[in-house]
Design a protein. Sequence first.
Length: 271
Amino acid sequence: MPLPPDILLVLAVNFALCVAGFLICWAIATAIRDPTFVDSVWALGMGGLAVATLFQAWGYRPRQYLLVGLCGAWALRLGLHLFLRWRRHGRDRRYARMMEKAKAERGWGFGQASLRMVFLLQTPLMWTVSLPVQLGQFDRTPAAIGWLGWTGAALSVAGIACETLADAQVTRFRADPANAGKVLETGLWRWSQHPNYFGDILAWAGLYLIAAETQTGLWALPGPLLLIFILTRWSGGATYERRLARTRPGYDDYQRRTSRLIPWPPKRAGI
């Protein structure tokens, strides 16, 4: 069954809000010659879409409050973490290389390159990933949150906690000058190469389960699937792993004995 026109209208309004927001961010990035803060906008923007949907959808119901509350907690935590990381460490080398490559190969200036390669791309990605907190807010039935929704809420809380702990561990590790050039292989990072990404995926899988108790929310499946692809195959783990393999002695050994994503006891030497 296709989505009703009123729901499609809300989705269109939310998409327009994404476009407007990222164009404003692009103007700021052009002024300061640095698009790195877009990472924090990515998180905060998804929380913003949840709130925007709340004010456009029909009434205020427990499922809406649960989705908006959990998404808001996730967005504020990650958005603040990424913003503070940007302020501490400055421009992300990924974006610096991207801008340099666009200028060398295509002759694009900073404004054109950042618009085409960063900000315009973020709009459909953020809108799609956040589909669970958009589509999960419409249906009036079931009115009560059932076992699937509460299971999703528990997964989201666990994911936020996992991501928070993983980020705290890597922040503390990087703050110690003695760890320069070393591989973080303690705490959650001993069990997973990307525990922060695992927590991110878990949080949004949980939000999808909350939404999926409704017929409209079932349509939100592309959101968590796209997030998994982004973090594991595209701009997340894949680029991070290649860089560390070049710059961190012993990273290859760490990869061989450590689960790539799902936390799991490390392999013993020689296995």
